[in-house]
Design a binder for this molecule. Structure first.
Ligand code: ACO
Length: 321
């Protein structure tokens, strides 16, 4: 028994923000951003739409496509590092929005690796025979975590959500790898609420995102190919048999470097960050949904999903469509 994806969905905010728009608020330009990242524009959530709204929209589309009833869902895991509330979890808000009255729902925090971690977590419940049908979502609105005065980070990110419905079946997930290195946590960081109570006499403060871009680059291009090779080695599949490598959309040059290290052509590495920027935990399922809705995925196709990011964390899922 394994885990099969039976429906996909995605949602992004309506508001498009181009590189030229950003050049009006920070000292940057399309000429700087595009060649270094591959990003042309991103979607930014307006105040009235948050992570849970986008997650619920993506989830409804995935449920609709899967043909299941929301009551059939046993488990909902939402991967996010930008939830709207400390509690309740975004997953519980999605549960209410889609009417999944029989599901257990919780959030999972693994930044840009989040969706892959969540998929692998639900896969473990399904293969253990504990649950049969799950909803896995990656959703982030990092626009509320970046410092809009910091040109080195604010140009990179966008908001969005992607979701899949999964079910225990005979074919589907074939292998996975997950890893973390907490000693490198400072490379990519966003502070939460600082301690503010009657003892400290201070009000809680909120932090913004900070990043050592070159360190992230080095981490990604070394760790991700290693994780991919490890996943493939344990699966009985050859690297060349994989139709698409659906990588976290962080930076086009990172994807190019990973493809080069694997000695594979870029046609196997679909991309959409030109339109959405880096949507963190949402990037893998948004790209998967686009490929699915464009009819590019056929039964039996082998796909390799890979997430990597803050923690530091990394994860892969090899699956048959
Ligand atoms: N516009 C104009 N100039 C800029 C901008 C900007 N948006 N950002 C930085 N600069 C300037 C810097 O101030 C610096 O100027 P200085 O030399 O006068 O001091 C110069 O450009 C070089 O800055 P670096 O930070 O060294 O730029 P670098 O060449 O490393 O490129 C980048 C930055 C694109 C972020 C690169 O490090 C990278 O691709 N890193 C990967 C990190 C990444 O993709 N993170 C995404 C989030 S993490 C994840 O999803 C896994």
């Amino acid at each position: 028994m394994t885990t099969r994806i039976i429906g996909t969905g995605s949602a992004v905010p309506k508001q498009v923000v181009t590189n030229d728009d950003l050049a009006k608020i920070v000292d940057t330009s399309d000429e700087w951003i595009r060649p270094r990242t591959g990003i042309r524009e991103r979607r930014i959530a307006a105040a009235e739409s948050g992570t849970s709204d986008l997650a619920a929209e993506a989830a409804k589309l995935a449920i609709e496509q899967s043909g299941i009833k929301p009551e059939e869902l046993d488990i909902i895991v939402l991967a996010t590092s930008s939830g709207d509330c400390c509690f309740p979890s975004g997953a519980c808000e999605v549960q209410a929005a889609v009417g999944a009255v029989n599901a257990v729902a919780f959030d999972l925090s693994a930044a840009c690796s989040g969706f892959v971690f969540a998929l692998n977590t639900v896969h473990s419940f399904l293969t253990a025979g504990i649950y049969r049908t799950g909803l896995v979502i990656g959703a982030d609105t990092l626009s509320k975590l970046v410092d809009w005065n910091d040109r080195s980070t604010c140009v990179l990110f966008g908001d969005g959500a992607g979701a899949v419905v999964v079910r225990a079946e005979d074919t589907g997930v074939m292998g996975l790898t997950m890893g973390s290195d907490g000693t490198k946590g400072g490379v990519l960081k966003c502070g939460g609420r600082t301690t503010g109570n009657f003892l400290t006499g201070k009000k809680p403060e909120l932090g913004y995102m900070t990043m050592d871009g070159q360190e992230v680059f080095r981490f990604a291009v070394k760790t991700v190919p290693e994780a991919i090779k490890k996943t493939i080695a344990g699966s009985g599949t050859e690297l060349e048999e994989i139709k698409y490598f659906i990588l976290h959309q962080s930076n086009y040059r990172i994807s190019e470097s990973i493809a080069k290290r694997l000695k594979l052509p870029m046609e196997k590495f679909p991309a959409n960050l030109e339109r959405y920027g880096n949507t963190s935990g949402a990037s893998v399922p948004i790209l998967l949904d686009e490929l699915n809705r464009e009819g590019k995925l056929k039964p039996g196709d082998k796909l390799l999903l890979a997430g990597f990011g803050a923690g530091l964390t990394w994860g892969t899922t090899l699956l048959e469509w």
